[in-house]
Structures are given as C-alpha cells and as structure tokens.
Design a protein around this ligand. Structure first.
Ligand SMILES: Cc1ncc(COP(=O)(O)O)c(C=O)c1O
Length: 392
C-alpha cells in the first residue's frame, strides 16, 4: 500500500546565511541602463574586444585537444609565466610549482583565500569603501568584519585607525590597490607603513591587485610582492579578465608563500578543483609577450584623459584624481542635491548615463556625494556619454 499523502510536497524554510545581501546596485543600475538605453559607465567591464591573437590562441588550444581537466593548481606553463612576470616586475620569486595557483577569476581567488585563512570568530579588517564580495565572503567563513574607513575625500589609508582596529583576534586584512572604487594607488611609503604595522603580528594580507597594470602618470604599482615583510604573509590576487579585456572568461591567479598556498589549494581543489583548460593554454602562450600588459597604462591613461578632460570642460562635477584602475570618481555637490544613489538613478533615467554611487561600497551606505564612472570603454562610447553629460 502506498504511503504517499495527499498534502503538497514540503519545501523547508531555508533562512539565510547572508541577511544583508540583496539585489546589488550594480544589477539595478545595469538593468535600468539597458531599459533606458543609457550609456553604461556603471559596471566595470570593457565594451571592446580583446586582442584577436588571444582568441586565436584559445582556438588553437582547443583544436590541439586541450579540453580535459588540467592539473588542479593550473597548467605548469601558465604558472611559470605568472611567476616570471612577478619576478620581472616586482622582484620577488615565487615557485611556479608550490606558490602560484590559477583561479576562476579574482572573485574565486578571494573567497578561497578567505575560506583557507579565516576561522569562526576571527576578525578580518576591510578598508571601506571596498569591493562588494569581501564582506559576504568573510561572513560565509564565520569571521567578523572590522570596517576601517579610508580617509573620506582622499581615500588614503589611515594607519592610526588601522592600528586601532588590530586586535589579538585579527586574522587578516584585505588591501586593494589600485583601488576600486576610488581609483587611488597606494604609495611605497604607505606599503612600508603597512609592513611595519603588521611586522609584530601574525596577520595575513589578502592583496587584491586586479588592476595591477592600470597605474598612471608614471607611477608604479606597489605590489605587496615588492615588500618582503608583506610578501611573506600575503595572498596576491590578480585577474586576467582585467589585464587582457576578457572579464567574462573568469581566469585569475593567486601567488603566496608555499605554506599559505598549500592551505589555499586544499580549499581550491574542493571548490572549483580546476580552471578552464584551453584558456590557460592560450594565456600561457599570450603572456610570452609582455607588451600587452606593459602597454596597458598608456592605453587606459588615454581613455582616462579623454574622459576627464571632457568632464572638466562640459560639466560642473569636481573630479577626484584617478591614479589607477579604470574608474573616474566625481563629486556631485555642485550639480545636484540628491543623494548619490538617487542621483545615479536620475542620471540614468534623465540624462542617459549610468554611474555607481560610492555609498554602495560602504556597509552603512555612507554618502559623501561621490559617484564612480568606468572609462574602460571605446572612445565613441566615452564621447557619447560626455555629450549627454554636457546637458547637466
Ligand atoms: C577590486 C576587484 N576585485 C576583484 C574583482 C573580480 O575580478 P574577476 O572578474 O577576475 O573575478 C573585481 C572586478 O570588478 C574588482 O574590481
């Protein structure tokens, strides 16, 4: 006899592990930009294609049969190319065998590093405003988020505040330079300060360096790899998506000292296990020529300058200095009384240009009348946006 009952199947209440996470402003703005046919300078991705050579390298890799699982940490040729690049640019030797892992973009790299390091009850310092995955990642690992503001207006690190936030429970600090959203770049003096501050501690650094090749005006990227006291405690995270204009490929990497990497790989192998084989072969091939990443600062600086000059000429926005990344922040006080978020909605609907409010990068929605534009766009896209913004 059947034991089935006539009552409907029961879906258990799931609750939530991330009560503060809802639909992000990025999703809202992108949907609104599409609906209103606005020029989308909101979300950070290029609207142009990558080098055709890179596409040919992927096609060749697929045709050559590189279509099955690669080794768990990534194919050796790509890990060697990454180690070679870090040694050449930042003067620190990582072992391709034990200290480099290829990841499914920086996003997976960051959560994997956090899961490897953070235990229940550990504190992790984030410097706000910050990239939106850090806080939920720490919470998923059972850690407590300790928010330290970057100085409003300049977005420089405040080392007194960072020092005050350090406690015996501090397990890690997340540092992002060049910085999203503020477009600031940490100086060597700031990196040395961090190195000194952490020297007596056992605090790990998760160094989000996805914009490492977008630093302007002759300045250089101060990777944690350049500072021995930081390199020894850091997971460096980078993204081929940003460097080679292929954000949709979701391939990145992590570099860390062998004992840290061993723990990272324990999580990685049961998280994604491996990353897209043909892309890895193509990237290894493509990295043989350093020109594409060495030329990136000039490539993006031209876009920054075009966009910034247009904003200065055609609008009353006050421009904040874009030292790196592909973002330009502006102060909207002279243009509007609206909050940052309302201004961005209004700008998309009425002017036809999408931007992102900086308040989206703060846990408490702090509003300092600053919004972020992404200039990783074709010249014609930037000019179309400027034409519209001139109506402000
Ligand atoms: C600061 C920062 N970190 C990480 C990421 C994620 O990079 P990926 O696309 O490689 O996952 C982004 C992407 O916007 C970012 O801006």
């Amino acid at each position: 006899m059947s034991t089935a009952t006539s009552s409907s199947p029961r879906t258990p209440a799931i609750g939530t592990k991330l009560p503060a996470v809802g639909t992000t402003i990025f999703t809202v703005m992108s949907a609104l930009a599409a609906e209103k046919n606005a020029v989308n300078l909101g979300q950070g991705f290029p609207d142009f294609n990558c080098d055709p050579k890179l596409l040919e390298d992927v096609t060749s890799a697929m045709a050559a049969g590189h279509n099955q699982y690669p080794p768990m940490p990534g194919i050796p040729a790509l890990r060697q190319a990454i180690a070679g690049k870090i040694a050449a640019l930042y003067g620190h030797s990582y072992s391709a065998a034990d200290e480099i892992t290829v990841t499914a973009g920086a996003t997976q790299a960051i959560i994997t590093a956090i899961l490897a390091v953070v235990r229940a009850g550990d504190e992790v310092i984030v410097l706000e405003p910050c990239y939106d995955s850090y806080v939920p990642n720490i919470e998923l690992a059972g850690g407590s988020v300790v928010r330290v503001p970057l100085v409003p207006g300049t977005f420089r690190p405040d080392f007194d505040k960072i020092a005050a936030a350090l406690s015996p429970r501090t397990r890690a600090i997340i540092v992002n330079t060049p910085h999203n959203p503020s477009a600031t770049v940490w100086t060597a003096a700031e990196m040395r300060k961090l190195e000194e501050l952490l020297a007596p501690t056992d605090v790990f650094v998760i160094a989000d360096e996805v914009y490492e090749h977008m630093v302007y005006d002759g300045a250089q990227h101060e990777s944690v790899a350049r500072f021995p006291g930081l390199a020894a405690r850091s997971f460096i995270v980078s993204s081929f998506g940003k460097t080679y204009h292929v954000t949709g490929w979701k391939v990145g990497f992590v570099a860390a000292p062998a004992p840290l990497m061993a723990e990272f790989r324990k999580v990685h192998q049961f998280n994604v296990f491996t990353v897209n084989t043909p892309m890895q072969h193509a990237l290894a091939q493509y990295m043989a020529d350093p020109a594409p990443y060495l030329e990136l600062p000039a490539f993006y600086q031209r876009k920054r300058d075009l966009f910034a000059a247009g904003l200065a000429e055609k609008t009353r926005f006050k421009l904040l200095r874009s030292e790196g990344s592909y973002f330009q922040c502006v102060d909207i006080s002279a243009v509007s009384e609206l909050s940052e978020a309302d201004f961005c909605l209004w700008l998309t609907r009425e002017i036809g240009v999408a931007a992102i409010p900086l308040s989206a990068f703060y846990g408490n929605g702090f509003d300092q009348r600053v919004v972020r534009f992404c200039f990783a766009k074709k010249e014609e896209t930037l000019l179309a946006a400027l034409d519209r913004l001139a109506r402000l």
